[in-house]
Design a protein around this ligand. Structure first.
Ligand code: AMP
Ligand code: MN
Ligand code: MN
Length: 319
């Protein structure tokens, strides 16, 4: 019996949930599972609960079926949790996990807390889509499912350039290409294309970035008032941390934006042995060795000082 056959024994209703502010891997894995179920297990009634996805993922089949209303009262036989390392990061969608008869988590975060009944966590995998691929029957993967999986992989590997990319990642991507997907379109339109406003906020963040610890670290912050001025949301600031990361000489990049008064969503990236997942966990977040995040409170000055202290601990062994 395949993994899905076993997973769906005695299951008539099912919820699929992922993390808040869903990215390409989260949306890709949720819709890959949804479309695969629709095609091969039509008797199971499935709902995907996610915060509203960016329109740049509009080419993914059934994206319009995503339910972003978490006040919907429902209890499911199974809750499938994708691309999320801890229960807090589901936001309000966690209610469907709490009330489900059974739960399965498929993920790739090294910081995964093992909250589900069954946890399939591969910390070395590039993406949740890569882990999910291993649970599907390859010959049953349609072009629509392949588009979802490919999307997740390119977003979490930065189009095959982060070191989470393995030979297996490339092999899976190749298999998805063989299903006939329009990969240049997916790469350009969901990853690289920026609106005028997104370019402006990127420029602003780069212009105002500051280096510290002898140029080994860089940080930039976008305040709420600037987000309002440009009319941008968190999704519009996707590529900023990546541009900071590739600054010559930088070992650790920090990008943060204000989520509430004196509260910041912090993104961390490392270019060498520095383990930013440890720093993120220290401040109540999580992620991967080279890409992690957390939410921090205080002034910008406090936040950067606190992060800098933890970075120094790793770089210099300071205490
Ligand atoms: P980001 O900087 O938001 O792109 O996130 C980088 C990585 O860290 C992603 O894999 C996220 O899933 C993870 N991450 C970000 N923020 C958090 C958080 N607050 N808690 C746990 N994981 C996080
Ligand atoms: Mn994600
Ligand atoms: Mn992911």
């Amino acid at each position: 019996m395949s993994f899905f056959d076993t997973m769906l024994e005695d299951v008539e209703t099912m919820a699929i949930i992922g993390h808040i502010r869903p990215d390409g891997d989260c949306i890709g894995s949720c819709l890959a599972a949804y479309n695969y179920l629709e095609e091969h297990y039509p008797d199971v009634r499935v709902t995907v609960f996610l915060e509203e996805p960016s329109i740049k993922f509009g080419y993914l089949k059934n994206i319009q079926c995503i339910c972003s209303d978490f006040s919907v009262e429902a209890e499911f036989d199974l809750c499938l949790c994708l691309d999320c390392s801890d229960m807090l990061r589901f936001g309000e969608a966690v209610r469907y996990l709490n009330s489900a008869k059974k739960s399965i988590c498929v993920d790739h975060h090294v910081t995964n807390t093992g909250f589900a009944g069954q946890n399939i966590v591969e910390a070395k995998a590039s993406s949740t889509c890569e882990v999910l691929f291993g649970l599907l029957e390859e010959e049953k993967i349609s072009k629509a499912v392949a588009e979802c999986i490919y999307t997740g992989i390119i977003h979490d590997t930065g189009v095959f350039k982060y070191d989470c990319t393995s030979a297996r990642t490339m092999e899976i991507a190749g298999k998805m290409m063989a299903k006939g997907i329009d990969f240049p379109h997916i790469i350009d339109n969901s990853f690289y294309r920026k609106t005028y406003i997104q370019n402006q906020i990127l420029g602003r963040a780069l212009l105002e970035s500051i280096t510290f610890l002898d140029g080994r670290c860089i940080f930039s912050v976008i305040h709420k008032r600037d987000m309002d001025f440009y009319g941008v949301t968190s999704a519009d600031m996707d590529g900023i941390i990546d541009q900071l990361r590739i600054t010559e000489g930088v070992e650790c990049a920090i990008f943060m934006y204000e989520t509430a008064c004196r509260e910041y969503k912090v993104s961390l990236r490392s270019t060498n042995d520095l383990d930013v997942s440890k720093i993120a966990v220290y401040f109540g977040g999580g992620g991967h060795v080279k890409a992690a995040g957390c939410t921090m409170a205080g002034s910008v000055h406090d936040v950067v000082n606190n992060l800098s202290a933890r970075i120094s601990v790793q770089i210099n062994g300071d205490t």
